[in-house]
Write a protein that binds this ligand. Sequence first.
Ligand code: SF4
Length: 272
Amino acid sequence: MSKIEWTDKTWNVITGCTQTSPACQNCYAKAMTNRLQGMAKKGIKGAEKYISGWDSVIFHTDMLGHIFNFKKYPSGCRVFVNSMSDTFHSEISDSHLKMLFNLMGARNDVTFQVLTKRHMRMYSFLIEFKELVTPNIWLGVTAENQAMVDERVDWLVYLKQEIKGFTDKDIKIFVSCEPLLENLNLSKYIDTLDWVIVGGEKAHKKGRIMEYEWVKDIYAQCQKTQTPFFFKQWGDCEKKIKLSMQGIDNDLLHKIENTKEFPMNQTFIRES
Ligand code: SF4
């Protein structure tokens, strides 16, 4: 099981990345890669692929076949692709991306969750190679502030519409508002989104604050349109925020914290 609540497994084919937006400030993958690089240098088994460290963006072709390990990735599971990097990083070639998407299409009994902060690369790649888009691949962007909503979510929604227009395929799109850094207005897009994830920042007690009002507002927007909403966690600010929540509606808080919805899963389950 993955520690990330909204997925079951991770499939890390890429190591290394570059920070690109405010959400990246306390990147978990960077800290973890540095730790794993240290382990790799000591010859600890399982950490080998991290030997080149954070600054080298490497596509590990030897990791591709792992997705056919049916014991590790059983039918019906959700797989977060490249949780330790960004699939659409500019240093990843189109031919490598094609390999990755071909394999995701081949494992159509699994749901793949591809989350990026490189929305333009995702858009241009998938518009050029539309045939690689399959319904078991959910495409998402991070939107930690309104500027990222206006830019990344806009392109994501446009991508969904274009794919539908060109291929008649319905794809699932999602937004991860983590770390949530300010109040977000998703109203322009909420009808088209299939899933919204909200979470605070965990960064060894350096996590930035996520206000209750911001979370409540996104929850209300999702409720209004019946868009699946997933509350992940408060992050490092939990204690501070809870202390400041005098006189709030505790039933509503409890409801929000326990809302862990998913888009309707259309993944085909392989017969054993
Ligand atoms: S894109 Fe993701 S993996 Fe890359 S630096 Fe930002 S948060 Fe970290």
